[in-house]
Ligand binder design. Structure first.
Ligand SMILES: [Zn+2]
Length: 453
């Protein structure tokens, strides 16, 4: 690869957006210099008016491999990621089989990923009801942190944890110094609401929304904040959907608790008011809530209570969405969006006065911090991996199946016009997506902070 220079009028660096040349030697960024200071030893890639952002990091993806690769898989997920501008995915420990709750399961995942990834990846470890003694071993084996569910996760081979089981796990988590990512919904409010809706019309989105009230998230977050105060572990709330929790999360941060928060592109783009009845493509948990709630989440990003925006890319075979029945009770929950999350976010963010600098913070630097790779990924700066997205923020496109690239091209976004086109994605100095093509062999590697071999 040798010496390369990547030029554009809008390079998104930690110091701001400016015309620049990114100088790359091998796989790493050497320097970011004014565009007229590139010596003739460099191979020049000039992207003109386009923007170059740091490669996006998605710390919340369900790749479902090994074991359920018919739902997604390393090849298809990382291909969709490359097309969407992502250069690192962190895989959730459930929906693969085995679930990543032991070192043996982590090794099975490493074997499954071998030679099949177009972008870099890492894997969260799982905390389930009975694996307290695997937690520190998983950390030693190189996971960047852990994920747990406070409610049944929709699949039987990954168990939820109750408060008592959490109390057994948290001393181990705290000792690792790694974050615990929590699906924060408590079953109580959901069970009560669902019981009251036994005879309701489950083809209506409003029925599904009522069955997962804000209170379920709010009470779960309160429980986790009090445990965080007690055990001193790093707490991360995944896919925050209710804006009602923002004041308490903000107060917890002000108090100095080590809490971080993510939300997802779908909570920032969709609103319950416009979801058609029977349209189970929009089902996810926690649910997409009201338009007013959505605007409050944007306010949470503005005031930095929310650190990052992820996809929660969670595909399944189309039959599991039960599209012909349109029943929100029985359909699988999950929205896949790796290939379109950046334009979705840019469409919404640019309308609200945010810049590409904000997007880089939410979709690169923030998730990189969570995944413990913030010294190598998520910024365009010397010493970092040469991971970039070349993005045309001024062009629009219509979402069609051929632009999705994951295994099953189902999406609630089909037919929408979005702003911003991913022109190319570079992984450690090499193109992994360029104008609709995927050049080269899969060269993605596992990112681990610790040596594992
Ligand atoms: Zn998820």
């Amino acid at each position: 690869m040798g010496l390369q220079a990547f030029l554009a009028r809008r390079v998104i660096t930690p110091e701001g957006i400016r015309p620049a040349a990114i100088l790359v030697e091998g796989e790493r960024i050497q320097a970011v210099v004014p565009p007229d200071q590139v010596s003739n030893r460099y191979t020049i890639h000039d992207f003109g008016e386009a923007a170059i952002l740091p490669g996006l990091v998605d710390s919340h993806v369900h790749i479902n491999d090994p074991g359920r690769a018919e739902w997604e898989g390393f090849e298809t997920a990382t291909r969709a990621a490359a097309a969407g501008g992502y250069t690192l995915l962190v895989d959730m420990p459930l929906n693969s089989h085995p679930a990543t709750t032991s070192v043996a399961a982590l090794q099975a995942k490493r074997a499954a990923a071998q030679g099949r990834c177009r972008v870099d990846w890492a894997a969260w470890g799982g905390v389930v009801h009975d694996n307290q003694n695997d937690i520190e071993a998983l950390a030693a084996a190189g996971v960047p942190g852990f994920k747990c569910f406070l409610i049944h996760p929709g699949i039987d081979d990954f168990t939820m944890v109750n408060e008592q089981q959490l109390r057994l796990a948290l001393p181990h988590v705290a000792r690792t110094g790694l974050p615990l990512l929590v699906h924060a919904e408590l079953p109580g409010p959901i069970d009560r609401a669902t019981e009251a809706l036994a005879t309701a019309d489950w083809s209506r989105y409003s029925t599904y929304l009522q069955s997962r009230p804000d209170e379920a998230e709010l009470t779960a977050i309160r429980l986790m904040l009090s445990l965080c105060r007690e055990f001193g572990f790093r707490l991360h709330i995944v896919h925050l959907s209710t804006s009602e929790a923002l004041p308490e999360l903000s107060a917890a941060r002000a108090e100095g608790l080590p809490v971080s928060v993510e939300t997802c592109a779908h909570y920032l783009h969709l609103a319950a008011d416009t979801i058609p009845n029977g349209a189970t493509l929009y089902k996810c948990a926690p649910p997409v809530r009201s338009r007013e709630n959505c605007e409050k989440l944007w306010q949470g990003l503005r005031d930095r209570t929310i650190d990052s925006v992820v996809t929660d890319h969670s595909p399944c075979p189309p039959t599991m969405k039960r599209l012909t029945e349109g029943n929100f009770r029985t359909a699988w929950g999950g929205i896949a969006s790796l290939s379109v999350a950046l334009p979705l976010m840019w469409t919404e963010a640019s309308n609200r006065g945010f810049t590409l600098l904000d997007l880089a913070e939410w979709m690169s630097a923030g998730p990189a911090r969570l995944a413990g790779c913030e010294t190598r990924k998520g910024r365009i700066a010397p010493g970092y991996d040469a991971d970039f997205v070349v993005f045309d923020p001024d062009r629009e496109f219509i979402v069609t199946e051929d632009k999705l690239h994951y295994r099953h091209p189902v999406s609630p976004y089909l037919g929408e016009t979005l702003r911003g086109v991913v022109k190319a994605t570079y992984l450690r100095g090499s193109p992994v997506f360029a104008e609709g093509e995927f050049p080269g062999k899969p060269a993605g590697r596992e990112y681990t902070a610790k040596p594992t071999h």
